[in-house]
Design a binder for this molecule. Sequence first.
Ligand code: HEM
Length: 491
Amino acid sequence: MDITSSLLLVSFFLFVIIILIFNKINGLKSPSASKKKLIEHVVTHSHAPRFPQGSLGWPILGETIEFISSAYSDHPESFMDKRRLMYGRVFKSHIFGTATIVSTDAEVNKAVLQSDSTAFVPFYPKTVRELMGNSSILLINGSLHRRFHGLVGSFLKSPLLKAQIVRDMHEFLSESMDLWSEDQPVLLQDVSKNVAFKVLAKALISVEKGEELEELKEEFEQFITGLMSLPINFPGTQLHRSLQAKKKMVKQVEKIIEGKVRRAKNKEEDGVIAKDVVDVLLKDSSGNLTHNLIANNMIDMMIPGHDSVPVLITLAVKFLSDSPTALHFLMEENMELKSLKELTGEQLYWNDYLSLPFTQKVITETLRMGNVIIGVMRKAMKDVEIKGYVIPKGWCFLAYLRSVHLDKLYYDSPYKFNPWRWQERDMNTSSFSPFGGGQRLCPGLDLARLEASIFLHHLVTRFRWVAEEDTIINFPTVHMKNKLPIWINRR
Ligand code: HEM
């Protein structure tokens, strides 16, 4: 590890310690496991229910430092692997200021994700909760959540939106790729981030180019910086700056909504077809979705949407650059499609991209190995028993998806990038859940796959490239240390 990385690591540890102490002062207590009143049996098991084994580590700090240092190490699995060996696939720990049941068990994770809000609700750190607000889709539960999730999900999956994404991505990628130079490296992570943000802003609120988009992007960068900041809100702190940025963005979206409502009243626009997520939500007749709630949620939806797709694309390019055979197969398949379309004079449709079998396997394997989202957190609302384990009321639960995806119980040679493994495997099993599951299954999953497929198609059919050495960093979010520079040659 070089000096800069060591300094960064030390500062990060200090930051974590301050957060933990702050949480403690704010009264974040570890609930007692002894309060076993009502136990809900979600997955039955022959043994008597038992409280997961494990250690709560140091006072206040718990096992957070060990968790983070292993996440930054060459083998990020070491924290989980060590405990899995000592205590089994489900164990107790104390990370990020909270007593947590950590599960690396596919069935247990599935059962928790499938449970409703009477058993588990989403859990996010205090800063994130404050930035999102109580009416965020990421936090709400019950019927309002189901309605919101359903409306958003069906629009994001609609053929109409997919056709629009194809047109938009063709335009955004041409604009970007035409400017790529052979004399200097292209930073793949930045390029894909730029394109994905444009796609997202258009799909959510129809903001396209120019000043409006630039302003939104700038405020959004300020907003998300706060997600990893101290939960202290007064002028001068990062959390305060991020909250101010969100206010500005919400105002911007409210203006867009007012414009839409006005145009609909004056019948200036065809009000039948929804062009973006805002249109879909405005059509809801329940009366629960106020303009302010919609505007806030458009910003919140950018949190899971903005970074995940570029990371998926960047990791796919990284894995392909390291696996020449897979890259060759992918290139042949995409070249074939391109030639066929040129021959027939047809344009590329969204289902052309999604029906490329090997390309889809590459994306699936990237999702498995790359683990764009390493895990999801919940809080138990009552004592729950799953597969013989008791998860006590008030405890946090970490469904650690990454460990499942890299477990040799479920995958042969799990650290090998092998898209061919998906030839015989079913994706719809509990051991593969990069998009979560149950009622909170990612509504953007089709969008993510489509964007990655289009990006890869244009990359391999237009360029040959050599990627510079780069390292995957797995914490706090997955990204490439040097943004994955690639040297390109046009075909
Ligand atoms: C590679 C790309 C992506 C991955 C791996 C991913 C993964 C996930 C996961 C694991 C969850 C579940 C969180 C939980 O259970 O608490 C989730 C939820 C969510 N994702 Fe994605 N996501 C991706 C792309 C997107 C995109 C493009 C959007 C578009 C806006 C999006 C929007 C959302 C939303 C709104 C939720 C919250 C759903 C709810 O709580 O009801 N995601 N995502």
